[in-house]
Design a binder for this molecule. Sequence first.
Ligand SMILES: Cc1cc2nc3c(=O)[nH]c(=O)nc-3n(C[C@H](O)[C@H](O)[C@H](O)COP(=O)(O)OP(=O)(O)OC[C@H]3O[C@@H](n4cnc5c(N)ncnc54)[C@H](O)[C@@H]3O)c2cc1C
Ligand SMILES: *[C@@H]1O[C@H](CO)[C@@H](O)[C@H](O)[C@H]1NC(C)=O
Ligand SMILES: *[C@@H]1O[C@H](CO)[C@@H](O)[C@H](O)[C@H]1NC(C)=O
Ligand SMILES: *[C@@H]1O[C@H](CO)[C@@H](O)[C@H](O)[C@H]1NC(C)=O
Ligand SMILES: *[C@@H]1O[C@H](CO)[C@@H](O)[C@H](O)[C@H]1NC(C)=O
Ligand SMILES: *[C@@H]1O[C@H](CO)[C@@H](O)[C@H](O)[C@H]1NC(C)=O
Length: 549
Amino acid sequence: MTNPARSLALVALLAFAGFAAAEHCLPGDGTGCWPSQAEVKALVDSLSSEAEVYLPTGPNADMYMSYATDTPGNTLKPSSPGLIVFPMNEGDVRKVVTFAAKFRIRLVGKCSGHDQLQRSNGYGVIQLVTTKGFRNISYNETDHTITFGAGNAHKDVYAFLADRKRFAVGGTWAYVCPAGCLSNGCYGFFTKEFGSGADNVVGLRFMLFNGTTLNLDAAGPHRDLFWAILGGGASSYGVLLGITAKTYEAPDQFIIMKVFLSIWPTGLTKDQAPSVFTRFLTNLTWYQALPPHISWQLDNNPAEQRVLLQISYTGRTTVDVATEELSGLVAEWTEAGYFQEHGVEGYSDVADFAVKNSGAGPPIRRVSQSIYVDANQDALDKVAALWETLYSDAYMSPVGSDPFDGAFNFWAQYRYGPGSYAGKAPHVARGMRTAMMEIAHENVWMRQADDSFRAAISNDVKELMEPLGNTSYQNHCSTWAEYNVYVDYKTRFYQNWEGLTAVKKKYDPCNLYVVQYGPGWDLPKATCGLSTTSTKRPPPKRPPPRRHA
Ligand SMILES: Cc1cc2nc3c(=O)[nH]c(=O)nc-3n(C[C@H](O)[C@H](O)[C@H](O)COP(=O)(O)OP(=O)(O)OC[C@H]3O[C@@H](n4cnc5c(N)ncnc54)[C@H](O)[C@@H]3O)c2cc1C
Ligand SMILES: *[C@@H]1O[C@H](CO)[C@@H](O)[C@H](O)[C@H]1NC(C)=O
Ligand SMILES: *[C@@H]1O[C@H](CO)[C@@H](O)[C@H](O)[C@H]1NC(C)=O
Ligand SMILES: *[C@@H]1O[C@H](CO)[C@@H](O)[C@H](O)[C@H]1NC(C)=O
Ligand SMILES: *[C@@H]1O[C@H](CO)[C@@H](O)[C@H](O)[C@H]1NC(C)=O
Ligand SMILES: *[C@@H]1O[C@H](CO)[C@@H](O)[C@H](O)[C@H]1NC(C)=O
């Protein structure tokens, strides 16, 4: 049965592909040419009737634009993909994956589009979006694991488990997907206690460039690939299809306490007393005495000369016990003169919190950087000095009319402790195992025309932050043009780069799946294709005529 929307789209595709064949042939650099109209049409025709295909021109061009450019946090594009496919089953994925490998076209998996590195797009690539066909969730009553699709967001997983009074370790943001998050570790409310998301995965379903599907786990014959995917860079090895993860018994209530602290004690100046950073927030002795079920995000606010701590309490105790422990913290801050105000918010579960405290957000342009700061007092003292500087000097980007326009934030995640130190995923950045916290700065604006004007401040602050730690959370580092360039990416973002490169060569021997700063990025790309006879297509003799949709 013919899908009418698909037929309309194909008309547009023919027009686009004709144009593309002339423009997208890149002889000499190892990549193939964009396939002919007939070849693309044959691919699209072969997909299941429910699969959707978005194209840059024609009746669904608005949908194409939405997915190609407007996804929150993912708008710094060097260019756009040639084809966006929403596969409905593994058969669809296999057809697209082998098509891409045959023509040596770059393909990337995509879930929410929250990626900060522009990896979900590029010149002439195919985007394979899992958010429609890969969302099945099931729970195993015997071993208490959850199995879900590469298209599920954290909120789907958390809400499903909340009904069973369980939780899984993952990110704090409702709309981010485990699929991309896990590829660099993935931290959240439970990380200090139970490790990163990657440490808690027990199985993956994965497809290689040649359409072979593998069930991966920590002990099986492909454990090298299993661990490479969990920390070794997104979309560097093939396409993730599904994830199986451990779950834990949930607390009765999930509590978040929001506390505002002043930088200097009330009535005192910087010459008379230590800053709140020195006394508490960069004080290793003090931090180490806190239980692992208390962790937080710190948001700096120089304009108001105060910080906001969003403290999550994940202890599986009663609300009374939790309240008492949290009141103890407030009493310490009050006594020392830094406490300003607080509010306690109870949520039924993590999904409830995540949904109420995350938003889709408008399309933005962003430069961000992250540094893991070791649990080492010398390193922490440098953070205190930097933060005090950022509070005294006005490091502010020119602010536009929209609150997102020109917002310059610096923040920290205090999610590290016994759980993350004991985690087993071997390729995540070293800081996941040694850090007390992750510090970051983030510069956000709206219009491309403002790039050079707004982004400059980020390079200044990057210079100041870089000496504070030699590893970073890649999921929080964006880089483009001359902004945020990382020459030490092999050691900064990963452990055991050589091991990751070996995995790459074994499972993606043609180096077809490459992302910026991921394994294989330093090697020749698309050196071969799927066809064993001839992988080199001659360039078209002359461009096919352009047609109108
Ligand atoms: C607002 C916001 C909040 C965040 N909160 C957290 C947080 O609490 N904890 C945390 O650890 N991180 C957090 N992050 C960072 C987040 O983990 C990364 O941005 C991550 O890359 C998002 O993954 P995604 O799959 O949702 O996004 P996408 O952009 O869809 O994918 C990200 C990367 O994964 C690849 N990928 C996606 N799906 C597949 C697949 N099926 N097969 C192969 N490759 C695939 C993509 O190609 C891309 O390279 C946050 C980011 C933002 C913008
Ligand atoms: C999802 O579940 C449906 C119904 O049980 C099933 O038909 C489909 O094959 C499943 N999809 C995947 C990707 O497992
Ligand atoms: C559930 O887990 C048990 C123990 O690991 C396993 O034997 C069983 O096959 C799993 N069930 C399903 C449906 O995967
Ligand atoms: C660090 O915290 C400990 C425990 O609260 C405290 O005794 C010590 O004075 C603090 N250090 C600084 C420099 O304030
Ligand atoms: C990074 O810093 C750690 C100590 O914090 C040190 O042991 C390691 O050698 C450094 N690595 C590099 C590549 O500089
Ligand atoms: C697919 O590629 C992998 C890795 O190179 C290889 O082990 C496997 O045999 C290939 N599968 C097929 C069907 O060729």
